[in-house]
Design a protein around this ligand. Sequence first.
Ligand code: NDP
Length: 478
Amino acid sequence: MLKILNFINGNHCEAVNKNFIENSNPSTGLVYSTLPDSDEQDVERAIESAQNAYNSWSNISAESRFKILNRIAELIDEKNEELALAESIDQGMPLWFARTQVTLSAQNFRFFATAAMQYSSTNHSMEGNYVNYNQKSPIGIVACISSWNLPLYIITWKIAPALATGNCVIAKPSEFAPATAFMLSEICYQAGLPNGVLNIINGRGEKAGNIIVSHPKIKAISFTGKLSTGKVISTLAAPLFKKLSLELGGKNPVLIFADCNLEKAVKETVRASFLNQGELCRSGSRILVEEKIYNNFKKAFLTELKYQSLGNPLLNDTKIGAIVSKQHYDKILSYIEIAKAEGGKILFGGEPVFPKGLENGWFISPTVIENLKNESICNREEIFGPVVTLTSFKTEVDALEIANSTDYGLASSVWTENIQTAHRIATNIKTGLVWINCWMYVDTKSPFGGMKNSGNGNSGAWNIMDFFTEQKNVYIKY
Ligand code: NDP
């Protein structure tokens, strides 16, 4: 049994109350680790250690911070296989995919290590013998609360810029996939991160998470998770005037036009639909296809699905692994039932799968549904699993109207060989990310974030560095 511990003031420890939560391996359905069920006492200890560390960490040179963060990146790279294996067992994602995410997690630290060296302020002269300059200083103690779907990648994407800007961090991984955050704490210690600069509190969202969010000494919260949790956090944080960076859910449209390269569009759309079991905020879940090629696309898409082997995440040829938790597995299956009740026709899958030797694991076949109205529940709510809907459209205007018709606005992908169509859609679609003839690419240098209910869109390189700093403007008369 793996015993995951909190990381406070450079030490690993249980919850003060000694309570713990059991965590299961999604491929077997068996409990394989425990984690602290933290409460106020643990959060208070973490805050105290962060407070003690803050003066020194916020005042060391950018180069010193660079060296430590860069060393963390090197150690993550060195431990790629170990971390990837832990991530795959904990979360259910295929091991080969976990390796790519560990590489990206190292890149997060490397990127923000160098960003620390390059982050600077502006100044200008003004009429009447004035000089104006701004100062950017760390906020103090900040919280990084992350989801279970890409555990190490998302938590490093938050922690790295928070540390690079000189803050001390209280991080809370998801109780459903805490293993790699625990390993990260050991790496940070080995890299020489001073005690108390990073504290990791495990526990339940509605308990430990809530206590962190409500704590008056935490001045900013970077959160990735569900829209409903984002609303709770906003409600708790607003009266305390905390800064909030919210990366929330999506119901991402994929627009397939008749003039697209069909072969590429089909292959990438299968990937967009089912990579990481469809548990990516960027997954395409509503596939909109121009009427003229609807049948051709459908046939090719369903044929391609036959090559998506599902099963043991640790095998090299597995494309689709296990669903992270029983709770989430039940939720996905319940949406499939809703789709049927709404008149949806299941073209592929639609049921649990029981791979040989892993019969108690949580596996769901890739599922394709057509014949659902645009206003149906399954076309509006985020399912966050291997379930997509197919809908046809007649014109570009229809396509845009359907694409923009949900409350979410995170990401979209557009498949057309006509640059004019592509550009018009990119301009008029209400999503924070648009991929034209591709999917999934994200450059850490670029802003990232959703529109509408998908969040407030202030992640990505300089945006998140600005988020984690306070700016002061100084006017000098000479
Ligand atoms: P949740 O909102 O359930 O949880 C996210 C994190 O918040 C977890 O650590 C959770 O802890 C914690 N939490 C839960 N309740 C509270 C609370 N009241 N106060 C403070 N913290 C709380 O999301 P999921 O983990 O299920 O993640 C899936 C969601 O994340 C999807 O909607 C997906 O689209 C979105 N997402 C968005 C991304 C983006 O960039 N826009 C990227 C990746 C995912 P615990 O798990 O222990 O309950």
